[in-house]
Ligand binder design. Sequence first.
Ligand code: LLP
Length: 415
Amino acid sequence: MDFFNRKGTELYAEDCAVADLAKTYGTPLFVYSRATIERHWHAFDQAAGERPHLVCYAVKANSNLAVLNVLARLGSGFDIVSQGELARVIAAGGDPAKVVFSGVGKKSAEIAYALQQGIYCFNVESEAELDRIQQVAQQLNVIAPISLRVNPDVDAGTHPYISTGLKENKFGVSISDAHRIYAKAESYPHIAVKGIDCHIGSQLTEINPFLDALERILLLVDNLAQQGIELSHIDVGGGLGVCYQDEQPPHPNEYAKAIADKLADRDITLIYEPGRAIMANAGILVTEVEFLKTNQDRHFAIVDGAMNDLIRPSLYQAWQNIIPVVERPELAKQCYDIVGPVCETGDFLGKNRELAINAGDLLAVRSSGAYGFTMSSNYNSRPRAAEIMVDGEQVYVVRERETIESLWQGESLLP
Ligand code: LLP
């Protein structure tokens, strides 16, 4: 559930009329709802019940400092994949001791930075990475806490680009290699083996793939215990889906309960890495209709938001709901492709949408809080959109709209 609701014909973000926000801050505009972010985070936190646990929000979904700060104030942990994300977490007041560091290509400098900041754990994705962490930790004369990301080879049944748990994917190590790599990790003097980790994909709408993965992981945990390697945490990754259209993903409660049942009375800390489930429906992208245009029998609404602002529709053929900010009951609906000004046929936010709109109207692309701004670019030399966060009646600009001059910041002419 989120806090973007209609009052009469007007869309509200919490207690703020979205049309007023667009007027004040311009478009395209990302609008986030603090109450929604908090509600979603609490759903995960509470669902874990009494078991020791850590909700490590996946920063890649939305890394705005204000978003991270709202979560840090709740006591959240963070899942990061780069030095930049860790620096953001720290700048936002997050606790490095609650950070897990995922990703297949950690550079030595990033590892050193994370060690200096005292993160909770590295999610190690390969044997070569383990060797590198040992080396860097030795140079710094510290102990690096690690967990091994295991690829359980289960089909998450999601889009191939966001499916990560199959053996043909680049992520993690196979269960069969895991025994040997754990043994090696145990033998390294600057490595402390802490846990095990897996992440099988994103936007999962069924519980079963999570449970299949967990079952395989638990078997491995038991085998490792027989080998004398005791793990203190299981990180089940992120990936819980959200409703974009008519999907019916399990509620975080249901998901966490199913996981808790599988863990039964094991004495082990549970870590989750949700990104989308916390942020997607906590944000909208507001865009203005510049022109309506008809080519032969196709109708286009040309809007001022584009693939550079929100690439999910172009990249994954992702469907996100597009609704008028102010409804026009007096107008007849027509079927539109909602397209941006970028010079690519693939530049669309939605296709075949029944809408009653005029030029100058505002549209809201729902579920844009996750993988929206973080995947945006300056393609076609378009300054990136502003981001604001509402909190009841309060509005905060949490990222200013980029200026034209900022587009060439750091560039230079030849002498
Ligand atoms: N943990 C790891 C190691 C991950 O790779 C990811 C996402 C997450 C956690 C968070 O997953 P979530 O709870 O958000 O599903 N850009 C794509 C999604 C890519 C997800 C990549 N990894 C999209 O817009 O659909």
